[in-house]
Design a protein around this ligand. Structure first.
Ligand code: NDP
Ligand code: PYC
Length: 336
């Protein structure tokens, strides 16, 4: 793969211009472009610029409202509803997270039920933001059917990520952010683009046969991670990001989607808990003692550490040259 080197500012600006050219207003374009830049910064390339053609397709088709103004209401003192206005999720997060922090601090725990939103990104930005405020955070989002239930070879679950973050004042939080599929579909698509095989157990081809060829898996079905255990968590995500918040299951999401290649409308479950309010004491010393134990085990590391280490490099990032060329063309305002 040939690459070009782009600074983090250039990455954000390129994404921003593509979204603006497709009709997004500045607030929506800025919120999405920043998330895309953060993904490239942290080496989460499957959810970085690679996604821009999908974001743009859904703006062009009218499926996603690039001028969305998410609205927040309170269902109970600790349950917030964020109506995403059929826009992209990052602006909804910017609006609901401060209210969620305030409710979790005053009541000990709080929940945001996000609906009418289009999530096409990694989940760590929102849980990290909450952990940065001293809160434990848990979130999940469903997608469109691409993962088979354990024992099956037909898709029912989305790739359905779950993310959590645990606060560590003065230090980066612990953050696990994972698809409940053996691999995120975006990672499989990047492997197909770059011509790399994927590990055995990632998915099946269209005939239901096991394969490590990512292109054949994209025509077939992904498998859940860890067999029936991962499938059980994928099902939990269907329930939490669907009926729990007032949105659809992945199969219903797909039925109403226009298949323009962009993210479908769906829901997000986002919960924040203040650990000090639950235990009545500062969880910091116990957390650090636990981490020290883990660090004493050869080969072990904290989830999130790989990404957080990459973040320390503020330099340019190598981006697929063909993608950059495509995005530069998309960023040109159309005549007339
Ligand atoms: P990975 O399998 O690459 O990583 C999952 C998690 O495991 C990360 O937090 C990672 O931390 C951690 N981890 C990896 N190796 C180790 C290790 N040796 N020890 C401890 N922790 C480890 O991610 P996935 O392919 O499952 O998902 C990729 C992304 O796709 C996620 O960000 C997810 O949110 C996104 N996604 C989004 C969807 C959507 O609908 N919006 C749908 C599906 C996925 P680290 O980052 O530090 O390596
Ligand atoms: O990688 O599976 C994925 C995915 C779906 C929506 C956004 N990312």
């Amino acid at each position: 793969m040939s690459t070009v080197s782009l600074s983090l500012d250039e990455i954000q600006s390129l994404a921003h211009r593509c979204l603006r050219a497709a009709g997004a207003d500045d607030a929506n374009a800025e919120a999405v472009a920043r998330i895309l830049m953060m993904a490239e910064r942290d080496g989460a390339t499957a959810h970085g610029l690679f996604r821009v053609p999908g974001y743009v397709a859904a703006l062009n088709s009218g499926k996603v409202n690039g001028r969305a103004q998410p609205e927040i209401s309170r269902r109970t003192p600790v349950i917030l509803h964020c109506h995403g206005g059929n826009g992209y999720a990052p602006l909804a997060h910017r609006m609901v997270i401060p209210a969620l922090v305030q409710a979790a601090r005053s009541q000990g725990l709080a929940l945001a039920a996000i609906t009418h939103s289009h999530h096409f990104a990694a989940l760590w930005p929102e849980v990290e933001m909450l952990a940065g405020e001293g809160l434990f955070a848990l979130s999940c989002v469903s997608y469109m059917p691409s993962v088979a239930p354990a024992g099956g070879s037909r898709a029912l679950f989305g790739t359905n990520p779950i993310a959590w973050a645990w606060p560590r004042p003065g230090q980066p939080p612990i953050v696990l952010d994972m698809a409940t599929a053996a691999m995120a579909r975006g990672e499989v698509a990047v492997a197909a683009r770059d011509g790399h095989p994927v590990p055995p157990g990632t998915g099946l081809d269209a005939q239901g046969q096991a394969t490590t060829d990512p292109a054949r898996i994209l025509e077939g079905v992904l498998l859940p991670f860890g067999g029936y255990k991962g499938a059980g968590l994928a099902m939990l995500v269907e329930l939490l990001a669907g009926p729990m918040v007032g949105e659809t299951f992945s199969f219903q999401t797909a039925a109403r989607d226009n298949k323009d290649g962009g993210p479908p409308q769906g829901g997000q479950f986002l919960m924040a808990i203040d650990p000090a309010r639950v235990s009545g004491s500062d969880p910091g010393p116990a957390t650090e003692a636990f981490i020290e134990k883990l660090r004493g085990i050869d080969g072990a590391r904290l989830p999130g550490e790989r990404r957080q280490a990459r973040r320390l490099d503020a330099g340019p990032r190598p981006i697929d040259a063909a993608l950059v060329e495509k995005l530069r063309a998309m960023a040109e305002p159309t005549a007339g």
